[in-house]
Design a protein around this ligand. Structure first.
Ligand code: ATP
Length: 358
């Protein structure tokens, strides 16, 4: 297992900058998720770690060693990419055991290890088939199994579970997390699925337009998003964001369409009268209030979605939708005008430009 370091790494394709001046230092044994929308540079970052793409500038280190110009085979990485790249002429057993074969492990012990990993990913019954004889989701799990069968310096995963149905996806996800902790190999995992990143990572790096916009433990990034982009990307449903203007009274007040909220006094020092802000409030930090409540967000009921242990209640507030997550398995009985009261201690305010006001 090894540390992975980027020092001011950029990658250009012609005049287009896919990865822009990225630096990070991933400790040995960490599980890092690169999270961001399509095209933000996640895969390019991963391919540079694997050695499949050369950076235009900057340095990449593994375990302190400069690997920037090393070929993929010189870096001991286990990879799972979106295209499964299984060998078509080999059985699944041979495919999965292949990394052990090239490392000289004997046949009996490598088939046994391949079987063990395949069973954990629920493809143990398919070991004698060839890739063309199994489904896309099974191929994907086979390629995950092939990466996990041996213990490299670094695991690299690029959306390895994207083709699985919801149940298998959850099972494979916890298996990957369990195994990574067990073997302690540094893992870097690309996904655009925020719940996958939250569930797997010790550290999430949120990417936007080729840059890392925030990097930290999942709950820290969730609780303290540095920008409206991060706030809107993490959480399902994401944080509600509403335009507002600050007024200074005994305590600061923010007004926007459908609300006039008095903020705790502590905000006074950070805000000024007339300032334009974006109010951010997570769905789980609001409760149904009386329509007469002056410290609530008022709108008309748009939808109620009972999910089992919780329900989502969405209001139309001007041209925006505002969603609350209400815990409990009773379906809320609501209609017409509805008020949602945000927890005053759980409000986030962002500058008009998007950065968090700290
Ligand atoms: P996705 O989730 O859709 O896979 P991503 O975040 O992994 O997206 P990348 O594949 O890293 O994004 O691509 C980043 C940007 O670089 C994209 O705009 C893409 O079109 C561009 N890009 C990637 N590879 C090349 C290439 N070989 N030539 C030109 N442009 C490229």
């Amino acid at each position: 297992m090894a540390t992975v370091t980027f020092e001011k790494v950029s990658k250009k394709f012609g005049s287009f900058t896919a990865v822009n001046d990225v630096s990070f230092d991933i400790p040995e044994g960490a599980f890092v998720c690169l999270l961001g929308p399509s095209g933000c540079g996640k895969t390019t970052t991963l391919r540079m770690i694997a050695g499949l793409e050369n950076p235009t500038s900057g340095t990449i280190r593994m375990g302190g060693r400069d690997v920037t110009r090393e070929a993929p085979r010189q870096r001991d990485v286990g990879m799972v990419f979106q295209d499964y790249a299984l060998y078509p002429h080999m059985t699944l057993s041979e495919n999965i055991a292949y990394p052990l074969k090239v490392r000289g492990q004997d046949k009996a012990s490598r088939s046994e290890r391949a079987k063990e990993v395949a069973e954990r990913l629920q493809i143990g019954h398919l070991l004698e088939r060839r890739p063309a004889e199994i489904s896309g989701g099974q191929q994907q799990r086979s390629s995950v199994a092939r990466a996990l069968v041996h213990t490299p310096q670094v695991f690299l995963f690029d959306e390895p579970l994207s083709n699985l149905d919801a149940k298998l996806r959850l099972e494979a996800r916890s298996f990957i997390k369990h195994l990574q902790k067990e073997v302690g190999v540094t893992a870097i995992y690309v996904t655009h699925d925020q719940s996958e990143a939250m569930a797997l990572a010790d550290t999430i790096a949120v990417m936007d337009k080729g840059e890392i916009v925030q990097m930290g433990p999942p709950l820290e990034v969730y609780r303290q998003p540095a920008t409206t982009f991060v706030a809107n990307f993490l959480g399902s449903p994401p944080m509600n964001l509403l335009a507002a203007v600050v007024e200074m009274e005994a305590s600061p007040v923010i007004t926007g369409e459908g609300f006039r909220l008095t903020l705790p006094k502590a905000w006074s020092k950070r805000l000024e009268a007339g300032q334009k802000v974006q109010l951010g409030v997570r769905p789980e930090h609001m409760l149904i209030a009386d329509n007469s409540d002056s410290n609530a967000i008022h709108g008309s009921l748009y939808a109620v979605e009972p999910l089992g242990p919780e329900s989502l209640v969405t209001l139309q507030v001007g041209d925006r939708l505002v969603t609350a997550r209400l815990f409990g398995d009773e379906e809320p009985q609501l209609s017409g005008e509805v008020a949602l009261r945000p927890d005053p201690d759980q409000l986030h305010l962002f500058r008009d430009s998007g950065e968090l006001i700290r």
